[in-house]
Design a protein around this ligand. Structure first.
Ligand code: AMP
Ligand code: MG
Length: 487
């Protein structure tokens, strides 16, 4: 266990120099205070969880103090936003404080979001509000606990600094951890500004640090791109299987590591709705729930375009062709497991599709349906769940096929079925209304609800005593919350 002043820095991205990032000091927030910290994330840095309650912790992660070895930098990148190319973006309100490595030899970027203005702030104020910082914190840690690759969050620090959005709010900072903060948009920036040397330097950096095994391949860059395609296919399959809607899948928000990244107006589905749009500025539904799958491919194509100086177009196309089949294989595998199946049959895809159609028509709660399906043997479970459906004949027909399929799957006990299904079907997900309740309390100075919710979501597959209220469908007010993009 380490104290805060015992972290070891490396700062490999900073060493790439001024073409890649600009030195900027964080701008402190007034009266910093700890809102919430993640013990699991602290462990990634070998930090003793007790240090979160020391005053220096809040000072370090609100811009008041900095390690001597830290090298705060704002990164430059660009990206396709809602399908159109924006030539220059960059860290407009976040700073890469530095890169730390732990005793296991893992490197972690420390990124402070809400740290003030940078050369890339454009019209923004460089700040993040408490509401959006809490949402990013809760989502990162909740996705990780579900087994969905994600950036992590160490803590949220609140303050008394006023920040203007639709109304006056308070500034906050979230400390994000990831093995890298390099986005698809980094490659696009150097490609479209026609800086081949720097682009090559960036590609070498990513290959050496994050895909070293690809070095062994005859075409290392192609192997790396293939791996990025594979990781994205798997990540998006998990989003779809668990009902996670990212909301702003611009290429500047897509990580080169295939992790969920840059949380904005994201949501978990309550009622199943393939057409759900969580971002209320997304009028066309470009990033609707079901569109995430083709958009994943669109984004990879944008990255492929930026990699044409290194890889032949034919090879890139071939690698892109892996995306959909890989996505489908991962998705179907997870959905089979969510249904309690251990074997594969040709009609399983149809079984899943028909269920989702029925759920869509009846507005069935996506998370609770699967959880309850595993509570009992298949025949009893479907008999109980039947009441949630409007199209009873349709559900009965599906249930008959499902129970016959389960019977063919294998002969296992009720307890085995429950254990296996509960291990993949969470009881608790970050429903918007739960986040909203925690945010409302935090905005009035009570952080206990954020902390409790974080605890519950850290263990989403295990029923926790006295936490029934976190495993409920939303009340009417919580069903259609409009999540603002201005975070
Ligand atoms: P996002 O939609 O959060 O991914 O942000 C898109 C771009 O806008 C990124 O370059 C951000 O750094 C920048 N940005 C977002 N909010 C602010 C803000 N309040 N101040 C400065 N830049 C911002
Ligand atoms: Mg972003």
């Amino acid at each position: 266990m380490k104290a805060l002043d015992e972290l070891t820095f490396d700062n490999r991205f900073a060493r790439l120099g001024d073409a890649f990032s600009t030195h900027v000091l964080p701008e402190p927030l007034d009266e910093p205070r700890l809102v919430v910290a993640s013990n699991a994330a602290m462990a990634l840095l070998d930090l003793d969880p007790a240090v979160a309650d020391t005053p220096v912790f809040a000072e370090l992660f609100s811009g008041h103090k900095l390690w001597a070895e830290a090298e705060p930098r704002a990164m430059v990148y660009s990206g396709h936003q809602f399908g159109g190319y924006t030539p220059q973006l960059g860290d407009g309100r976040g700073l890469l404080l530095g890169e730390v490595y732990n005793e296991a030899g893992e490197h972690w970027d420390l990124h402070l979001k809400g740290a003030g203005m940078t050369p890339y702030s454009r019209m923004g104020d460089g700040r993040a509000v408490l509401r959006s910082s809490i949402r990013e914190f809760l989502a990162s840690e909740a996705l990780h606990a579900l087994g969905i690759p994600s950036s992590r969050a160490l803590c949220v620090i609140g303050s008394s600094t006023p920040v203007w959005r639709e109304k006056q709010e308070r500034g906050a900072m979230v400390l994000r951890l990831a093995h890298s903060h390099i986005r698809f948009g980094h490659f696009e920036y150097f490609y479209y500004t026609k800086k081949p040397e720097q682009q090559a330097e960036l590609a070498e950096h990513v290959l050496n640090l994050h895909y070293p095994e690809c070095r062994e391949q005859p075409e290392p860059y192609l192997a790396m791109f293939r791996e990025i395609v594979e990781r994205n296919a798997e990540m998006i399959a998990k989003w779809q299987a668990y009902g996670f809607c990212h909301g702003v899948m611009n290429t500047d928000n897509m990580s080169i590591l295939g992790i969920t990244f840059d949380f904005g107006p994201f949501a978990f589905l309550d009622d199943f709705d393939a057409h759900f749009i969580c971002n209320h500025s997304d009028h066309e539904g470009r990033y609707s729930f079901s569109n995430q799958v083709p958009i994943g491919q669109w984004n990879l194509s944008a990255l492929a375009q930026a990699l044409t100086p290194f890889i032949s177009v034919d090879a890139l196309k071939e690698a892109l062709g892996l995306y959909l089949p890989l996505y489908q294989a991962h998705y179907l595998d997870l959905m089979r497991r969510r249904l309690g199946l251990t074997t594969a049959e040709d009609d399983d895809q149809k079984l899943v599709e028909q269920l989702l159609k029925l759920m869509q028509n009846s507005g069935v709660d996506y998370t609770l349906f699967f959880r309850r399906l595993g509570d009992e043997p298949a025949a009893q479970a479907v008999a109980r769940l039947r009441d949630d459906f409007v199209d009873l004949a349709g559900f009965d027909a599906w249930a008959e096929v499902y129970t016959a399929r389960v019977a063919r799957d294998g002969d296992y006990s009720e307890a085995q079925r429950r254990e296996r299904m509960h291990a993949v079907n969470p009881l608790y997900v970050l429903r918007n209304y739960l986040a909203q309740n925690a945010i409302a309390a935090a905005e009035s100075g009570d952080y206990s609800e954020v902390r409790r919710l974080h605890e519950v979501l850290s263990n989403p597959f295990e029923e926790q005593a006295g936490m029934e209220q976190y495993a409920q469908r939303p009340p009417d007010w919580g069903k259609h919350l409009e999540i603002s993009c201005s975070s």
